[in-house]
Design a protein around this ligand. Structure first.
Ligand code: NAP
Ligand code: HSE
Length: 434
């Protein structure tokens, strides 16, 4: 083995894999100076070897046989950028069993099987780094694990899916059509292989499970995250939100009150004055509140070839540095706190509601009475005539209410004769009192 060179097996040569190769080629000298070793791509695993690749001098490294990477004793590190659970999981576990370190961008895998993978890594004294799995180019996992290690994080609130933020921004700023913008996001390489993972909120939910586990030191799995995507958000909701002073964002929220935790991903109205409201396009941002530090915010590109590859290659440099220091496999801390999840009566938020009602005298009074019965009061209301005055649309923002009380309100509202339809309801986050 060449002692001055670290050999890497790259699994996946799509958007991120291509970026990894480009970055290693372009920054070879700097990387060598920082890591103490030259970094060489030894082999590249793909699904379709015949596919045209817009990157020269790499064809001879391409294979469709994973064992050419797993069984190569010269390969020290596997970079997994295939995505999805299988076969990525089997390849990663197989690599760890052979003593190879792992760098991955795979949030599906880390959110679902992170515990098993980190356990296997520990048994084999291997590193596993996955910075690129959350918020693309923003080094948020490092910040949580190292930068906040002496603090107690109480809240993380973030825009962690570039595809949906790109879609919502275009709908809000240009009045674009949802389906057209989704196609654009796919062609730009932002979307997952199955884009419903982005638009239905699951990609963001996986990232929130990772953030909450690392930030709160509590094992949080995907099934603990309340998830709602943006596929039912429409231009009218966005326009009424704007009229009331809000931008619509897909917000991931992880919050701890005393020791009870809630984690959710949902389309949310954010006041225009809040820093998250101006995070646009493919950009991501994560707001973190720590008891000692107070408010902090991390901002940057959340997807795309080079931003994501930057996070992957930086992890690669860390593995190589650890090797130089002889500390591979020593840096991981398993979640060590008991998991206590909030029940619905403890989950508090303001709500935006849009309903269609019969335009009769006393209708608004009946609606406010229904809310008052559940101890919910209103902060803002607007009313618009519909169908030449036969009906009206009422748009309201409530003060803080529990999820339990709001669920009762929605159930009763749907049964009221004067209510034709509950068009939409969303959380409102990031204002003065939340
Ligand atoms: P991609 O463009 O679809 O590339 C996937 C690559 O994996 C392709 O090269 C494909 O081979 C290969 N592959 C797929 N199935 C395989 C199999 N069964 N065996 C061997 N190779 C296989 O995906 P990507 O956008 O680069 O994303 C990769 C990972 O990074 C995912 O976990 C994703 O969530 C994560 N990520 C992506 C971004 C982003 O902006 N794209 C950002 C952050 C994290 P072929 O080339 O032959 O088809
Ligand atoms: N599909 C993901 C997104 C890629 O749009 O954010 C980055 O994880």
């Amino acid at each position: 083995m060449d002692k001055q060179m670290i050999k890497v097996g790259l699994m996946g040569f799509g958007t991120v894999g291509t970026g990894v190769v480009r970055l290693i080629q372009a920054h070879q000298e700097d990387l060598q100076k920082q890591a103490g070793f030259a970094i060489k791509i030894q082999k590249i695993l793909v699904k379709d070897a015949a596919k045209y690749r817009n990157i020269p001098l790499m064809d001879h490294l391409v294979t469709t046989d994973p064992n050419e990477l797993l069984d190569d004793p010269d390969i020290d590190i596997i970079v997994e950028v295939i995505g999805g659970v299988s076969p990525a999981k089997e390849y990663i576990l197989g690599a760890l069993e052979r003593g190879k370190h792992i760098v991955t961008a795979n949030k599906d895998l880390m959110a679902l099987h992170g515990g098993e993978i980190l356990q296997k890594a520990q048994e084999n004294r291997c590193d596993v780094f996955y910075e690129a799995s959350v918020a693309g180019g923003i080094p948020i996992l490092r910040a949580l694990v190292e930068g906040f290690s002496s603090d107690r994080i109480t809240k993380m609130m973030g825009i962690v899916n570039g595809t949906t933020n790109y879609i919502l921004t275009k709908m809000s700023q240009e009045g674009s059509n949802y389906a057209d913008v989704l196609k654009e996001a796919q062609s730009l390489g932002y979307a997952e292989a199955n884009p419903s993972s982005d638009v239905e909120g699951f990609d963001a939910a996986r990232k929130l499970a990772i953030l909450a586990t690392l930030g709160f030191h509590v094992p949080i799995k995907l099934e603990h995250v309340d998830v709602r995507g943006i596929s039912s958000v429409n231009k009218e909701d966005i326009a009424y939100g704007k009229q009331l002073g809000y931008e619509m964002k897909l917000i991931g929220l992880a919050q701890r009150d005393k020791d009870a935790i809630e984690v959710s991903v949902q389309p949310t109205m954010v006041p225009k004055s809040h820093p998250l409201a101006s995070v646009n396009g493919v950009y991501n941002a994560v707001y973190v509140h720590g008891e000692a530090v107070g408010e902090t915010m991390f901002y940057g590109p959340g997807a795309g070839e080079l931003p994501t590859a930057m996070a992957v290659v930086s992890d690669l440099v860390t593995v190589v540095k650890n090797r130089k220091l002889g500390v591979n496999g020593h840096g991981m801390i398993a979640p060590y706190k008991e998991q206590i999840l909030k029940d619905d009566s403890q989950k508090l938020s303001k709500y935006f509601l849009r309903i269609v009602v019969a335009d009769q005298r006393g209708v608004l009074a009946q609606i406010t009475q229904l809310l008052a019965n559940e101890n919910i009061s209103l902060e803002q209301v607007i009313q618009q005539p519909l169908n030449e005055g036969a009906q009206a649309e009422i748009i309201m923002v409530t003060h803080m209410a529990s999820k339990l009380d709001m669920d009762h309100v929605l159930k009763h509202m749907e049964q009221m004769e004067i209510v034709t339809e509950v068009k939409s309801y969303y959380h409102v986050e990031g204002g003065d009192k939340n």
